[in-house]
Design a protein around this ligand. Structure first.
Ligand SMILES: C[S@@+](CC[C@H](N)C(=O)[O-])C[C@H]1O[C@@H](n2cnc3c(N)ncnc32)[C@H](O)[C@@H]1O
Length: 188
């Protein structure tokens, strides 16, 4: 019930975090959620304001960013050669996720774990390797990266949208067959 970049929680009060943050440029969450949001009481007029607060939105602000760790920085540079605008969206995503991971670090107790489940994203044909990039960012914030493990998805149970008939050429069909589990520990 809030923005993961500024949680209404004191420092070091959480024993365990298990979360699946937005993926880089993968799913239009607002499109998927808008009917549920209105049903839950959100006003239609506020939806576009809320959309701007969604991590991974394609709206690029004017913010000037400092540097990122090696892996995300390298992926952004590679993408920049193919599409400048997409590279800016990805850069914004990694900075937003850095804020989320920093906030997770703040609220976690020492010697406690955060489990982050994230899908893959392909932008302009480039595999973004979100899992390795987020692990790199988390490491830079002080987390111990315990491991990054691939999990194969049961495509008939976990897909959104569900697969109907024999249609297998949509973007989502090409994209999401696996996800990654990133294990992080806040050191003692
Ligand atoms: C990969 S999905 C995870 C969905 C979740 N596992 C569930 O079952 O509802 C990522 C979620 O992050 C949410 N999200 C996007 N921006 C956010 C923000 N700033 N703060 C908190 N959640 C956000 C999206 O709305 C979406 O529901």
């Amino acid at each position: 019930m809030g923005d993961a970049r500024s949680m209404p929680l004191a420092d070091r009060v959480i024993d365990l975090i298990v979360t699946s943050p937005p993926y880089a440029n993968a799913i239009d969450y607002m499109r998927a959620h808008k009917f549920s949001l209105v049903w839950l009481g959100e006003s239609v007029a506020d939806l576009s304001k809320l959309r701007a607060e969604y991590i991974g939105s394609e709206r690029i602000g004017q913010a000037s960013y400092d540097s990122l760790p090696e892996k995300p920085q390298a992926v952004i540079c590679q993408l920049q050669e193919r599409d400048n605008k997409k590279a800016a969206i990805l850069r914004k995503y990694f900075f937003e996720m850095r804020s989320v991971l920093a906030e997770m670090y703040r609220v976690l107790r020492k010697d406690s774990a955060a489990i982050v489940v994230v899908g893959t994203s392909t932008m302009r044909g480039l595999d973004v390797q979100t899992h390795h990039c987020l692990a790199d960012i988390a490491g830079g914030l002080g987390f111990d990266v315990v491991g990054v493990v691939k999990r194969t998805l049961d495509r008939n149970k976990r897909m959104m949208p569900a697969r109907f008939g024999k249609k297998t050429d949509s973007m989502i069909e090409q994209r999401i067959h696996e996800e990654y589990v990133i294990g992080l520990m806040k050191p003692d």
